[in-house]
Design a protein around this ligand. Structure first.
Ligand SMILES: NC(=O)c1ccc[n+]([C@@H]2O[C@H](COP(=O)([O-])OP(=O)(O)OC[C@H]3O[C@@H](n4cnc5c(N)ncnc54)[C@H](O)[C@@H]3O)[C@@H](O)[C@H]2O)c1
Length: 273
């Protein structure tokens, strides 16, 4: 029970990775504030926690809007007591090509993915600093690490990594740890539109993954809980990639060019020459 007595707020807690994080952290003893743009989703997660004997409240907010975030943070603390753990998880992915998407698509990605981390962290950090302890886990993506499409989303996810590092060095001395998780492909409702078009998408994407499968929400929730828990008490400013080996290298390179013929110097040394 690593989270006994702790107050945890998860944005985008009504679905996918956020929902799984809420359920797991509640099972480990936390009070959980489930925040989502979609009220019914937040309520479903909170009800599921309550049905298993845990404590949760559902809060509706748009994490890309400062007034909505400030109201939500005040309600969470009023109704539920101090929040010592924040998981900035809410996200959307829109548009795929800077030559075809419009300015509003760029702005939407940057607002929901990146600006939201600024807004929600700004609302909850002061109480953590005052208490002298707290932890924030941001949910970025492998898209923030390398070029794999979805330019606006990816640029925003890359921004989250730098923001994490800066928050970590600035607030570490005040007792607040800040880390970031970069998931690979995870089977969640964020993919619903793609799946409707291409039902075999996860099977196709599996070919990218050395561990032979795409991720499940629980794979990412486990990493989030680790970073948020006291198991990670000397870890801050770090990027934990949870991607079944996707970014460890490119197995197709090994298939494309055969270099089994070997390297003469190594062969000579092996033979003691
Ligand atoms: N699923 C993946 O393959 C994958 C991979 C890498 C990173 N991620 C990231 O993981 C996070 C969670 O994604 P998921 O796959 O669980 O998606 P999801 O769609 O299942 O859940 C996201 C939740 O965020 C909420 N949300 C969206 N915009 C919001 C807003 N403005 N304010 C408040 N809530 C809002 C949605 O209503 C939804 O409930 C996202 O940041 C996503 O970018 C997902």
């Amino acid at each position: 029970m690593r989270f006994e007595g702790r107050g945890v707020l998860v944005t985008g807690g009504g679905s996918g990775i956020g929902r799984s994080t809420c359920l797991r952290v509640a099972a480990e003893g936390a009070r959980v504030a489930v925040v989502d743009l979609r009220a019914e989703r937040a309520q479903e997660t909170a009800q599921e926690i309550a049905a298993s004997g845990g404590r949760a409240i559902a809060l509706t907010a748009d994490v890309s809007k400062s007034a909505s975030v400030d109201n939500m943070a005040a309600s969470a603390i009023d109704a539920f007591g101090p929040i010592d753990t924040l998981v900035n998880n809410a996200g959307i992915a829109a548009g795929d090509d800077i030559l075809t998407f419009d300015e509003s698509t760029w702005d939407l990605n940057l607002s929901v993915v990146l600006k939201s981390v600024f807004l929600v962290s700004r609302a909850l950090l002061p109480a953590m600093i005052e208490a002298g302890s707290g932890t924030i886990v941001n949910v970025s993506s492998v898209n923030g690490l390398t070029g794999i499409g979805e330019e606006a989303y990816s640029a925003a996810k890359a921004g989250m990594i730098n923001l994490t590092q800066n928050m970590a060095i600035k607030y570490g001395p005040r007792g607040v740890r800040v880390n970031v998780v970069c998931p690979g492909t995870v089977r969640t409702p964020i993919w619903d539109g793609v799946v409707a078009d291409k039902p075999q998408i996860f099977d196709e994407l599996t070919r990218w993954y050395p561990l032979g499968r795409v991720g499940e929400p629980e794979d990412i929730a486990a990493a989030i809980l680790f970073l948020a828990s006291s198991d990670a008490s000397w870890i801050t400013g770090q990027t934990l990639t949870v991607d079944g080996g996707l970014t460890a290298g490119n197995p197709r390179l090994l298939e494309d060019v055969d270099i089994d013929a070997g390297f003469p110097d190594a062969a000579n040394q092996k033979e003691g020459l």
